[in-house]
Design a protein around this ligand. Structure first.
Ligand SMILES: Cc1cc2nc3c(=O)[nH]c(=O)nc-3n(C[C@H](O)[C@H](O)[C@H](O)COP(=O)(O)O)c2cc1C
Ligand SMILES: [Mn+2]
Length: 482
């Protein structure tokens, strides 16, 4: 069978899913300001979200795609990994442990057209304004930088707000890989060179959004996901190497004294608007592109935005599993909090000796990230990807007066307004209480019966049937097999 990662560019990936009826193509002209993001948001509210190709984006000669990663099964397929939750995570962990470094090549499709003078990159490459309240139009590019001392590259995703005259404001944060490269350049007084890559194969986006240790090149993860090295070409005007298969490459520089500009507001992961801030200006020196390039739009709060960060979910599982391998079955970060603020941990409490360990594991799990705010612990019979089941477990197995544990006033991320509000009010503190919800059946109740064979906390046992034996082939295809 065809592997998606064998396709040589985003256009082919979109065509591949279009052929399978998984992409809607919009012929009508759409405005990249608010209208196009509105369509993406509406598509993401559907139970199953198709990929989308906007063939006619007002003011641009290039089309734009979105939502290919809005469904988990397509995301797993793009990564070439199994989709069952636990297998997916184990496979992703293994891949991360065996990176395949990129190779240099002399030419590639991303150089089909090269602009060095007399061009306006911001008018050529599709960008979006997500909502009327945003500070401006944005790219959501893959950002590639190089540590000037070690020569090791870093790949990440950072939003970039468009100004004019080929200038953007890049949302760099100090604690990230991009931030480290920027700080190193500043210390040495060197130009900070950045390639903004748009419309690359999607496993590169997911690799870019993966948090590797500082100094590790995420391009090696992209190579491992496709099972062969990513081919890189040199940029025209900066000392950075970019994927030969990329759609658009904007070659940018922040020169000393690294002038800052206003960035934001922009809807972030939790769909609240970001607080405007000062970030470095990046001047675009050159633009290279392939003739069949596509823009790619990512909108906050969508299923695609969460799936782009699926590696954070994997990292959380790895961290929690290692705490108590014989007790922890699975762990996940919820979509509702953008794989960030709410962790779910599934345990098998099948012995008296394990009672209480779940709370200890939850306390230790907070060590994964300062942004974790709530941890809910559930038993082995709960589907941890289904918030309805989590709700059911919390409602039927957790007595709040005994099973909720609150740690008062701890730091978290300001993008959660209930934590960030204090900072806005009087600058006092970015934080809130953290909470452990123990929704596992208390051991002391385990032996209680309904008066039947079932234990009090066991679910009713429905007969297992194969619907294929009951439905017409037409109905089976319509409702079950896609
Ligand atoms: C759509 C999207 C947009 C993002 N925008 C930013 C951003 O503007 N700034 C930032 O620091 N991180 C952003 N991130 C998160 C980083 O890409 C992520 O934390 C990454 O692991 C950082 O990698 P690094 O440490 O190599 O820089 C974004 C992620 C996604 C999926
Ligand atoms: Mn990194």
């Amino acid at each position: 069978m065809m592997k998606v990662s064998e396709l040589r560019g985003l256009r082919d990936v979109v065509d591949y899913y279009a052929e399978r009826g998984e992409v809607v193509e919009i012929e009508r002209e759409v405005d990249s300001e608010c209208e196009l993001p509105g369509i993406i948001s509406a598509l993401n509210s559907l139970p199953r979200t198709p990929g989308v190709l906007f063939k006619n984006v007002k003011g641009y000669s290039f089309p734009a795609a979105a939502c290919i990663l809005s469904e988990r099964d397509r995301t797993c397929e793009v990564l070439g990994l199994p989709s069952s939750p636990l297998e997916f995570k184990e496979a992703f962990i293994k891949i991360t442990e065996h990176p395949i470094p990129p190779v240099r090549v002399d030419r590639g499709p991303c150089k089909e057209k090269i602009y060095r003078n007399g061009f306006d990159a911001l008018k050529i490459v599709p960008s979006i304004k997500a909502t009327p309240d945003d500070g401006g139009k944005y790219f959501q590019p893959i950002v590639i930088t190089k540590n000037p001392e070690t020569g090791i590259q870093n790949m990440a995703m950072n939003r970039a707000m468009l100004l004019q005259d080929n200038t953007v404001v890049l949302n760099v944060r100090n604690e990230t890989g991009v931030g480290q490269d920027f700080r190193k350049c500043k210390k040495d007084g060197k130009p900070f060179e950045v390639a903004l890559v748009i419309g690359a194969p999607l496993e590169m986006y997911i690799s870019a959004a993966t948090k590797l240790a500082l100094g590790q090149d995420e391009m090696g993860l992209a190579g491992a996901l496709r099972g062969k090295p990513v081919e890189l070409v040199k940029c025209e005007t900066i000392d950075v190497e970019v994927p030969a298969e990329a759609g658009f490459v904007l070659e940018g520089v922040a020169e000393p004294p690294y002038e800052l500009g206003g960035e934001g507001p922009w809807p972030e992961f939790l769909t609240y608007l970001s607080i405007p801030q000062q970030k470095p200006l990046v001047k675009i020196k050159a633009l290279t592109l392939r003739e069949d390039a596509l823009g790619y739009a990512v909108v906050a709060g969508t299923k695609e935005n969460y799936n782009l960060r699926i590696s954070n979910d994997v990292a959380f599982y790895k961290f929690v599993k290692a705490l108590e391998p014989n007790f922890v079955i699975d762990a996940t970060l919820t979509h509702g909090t953008a794989h960030w603020h709410h962790g779910i941990i599934q345990v098998r409490k099948d012995d008296y000796d394990f009672e209480g360990l779940q709370v200890h594991v939850a306390m230790a799990a907070f060590g994964f990230s300062v942004y974790l705010e709530t941890i809910t612990i559930v038993d082995e019979d709960v589907n941890i990807l289904d918030m309805n089941e989590i709700d059911w477990a919390v409602t039927t197995r957790c007595n709040p007066s005994e099973q909720i544990h609150i740690i008062r006033e701890v730091k978290t991320h300001r993008n959660n307004p209930i934590a960030g509000a204090r900072e806005l009010l009087d600058g006092s503190f970015v934080g809130k209480a953290k909470m452990i919800i123990d929704a596992t059946v208390p051991w002391k109740f385990k032996h209680l019966k309904q008066g039947t064979k079932l234990a009090l906390f066991e679910r009713a046992r429905f007969q297992k049937v194969d619907l294929k034996e009951y439905l017409s082939p037409h109905d089976y295809r319509r409702w079950i097999k896609r």
